[in-house]
Structure formats: C-alpha cells, structure tokens
Design a binder for this molecule. Structure first.
Ligand code: ZN
Length: 75
C-alpha cells in the first residue's frame, strides 16, 4: 500500500487516511458541521491525528474560518 506523505498528518493518521476511498474522503471533507455558520461546510487547512481507533481532523471552516473538527470512526 502506497502512503502519501502528508505533513499535517501523523504517520498513523496518514495510514488510516490512505485506506479511505478518494470519493469518500471528498465527501468527508465537504460535510463538516460548523457551529458558527450553523451549517454543513467544507473543512480546510486541516491536520489529522489518531484518537484511539478514530481519525480526528482539526481544521477551519471554508466559509468563516471557525475551528471545526471531524471525527472519522475507525473499525
Ligand atoms: Zn463556518
């Protein structure tokens, strides 16, 4: 399995991220709830780390720049 180098990802997070199909990744990144916008937005400038078996993306709302978090549950 080829693992893309992602500077903002921990090695474990990058490994997890690499197992997710590209179209699912796009959906995940484009469907993050922003409490400031009170709407579903796109996450930008994100970094990722593992929290137990879950992948946690920490980034900013593409609309207002508010901090948003996306948790992707692992197996
Ligand atoms: Zn927002």
């Amino acid at each position: 399995m080829k693992i893309t180098k992602l500077p903002q990802f921990t090695p474990e997070a990058a490994e997890f991220w690499a197992t997710i199909p590209a179209e699912i990744k796009t959906q995940l990144l484009a469907n993050v709830f922003c409490s400031h916008c009170n709407d579903v937005v796109k996450i930008v400038d994100y970094k990722a780390a593992m929290s137990g078996t879950n992948l946690v993306l920490n980034g900013c709302c593409a609309v207002c720049g508010n901090e948003v978090v996306r948790v992707i549950e692992g197996a």
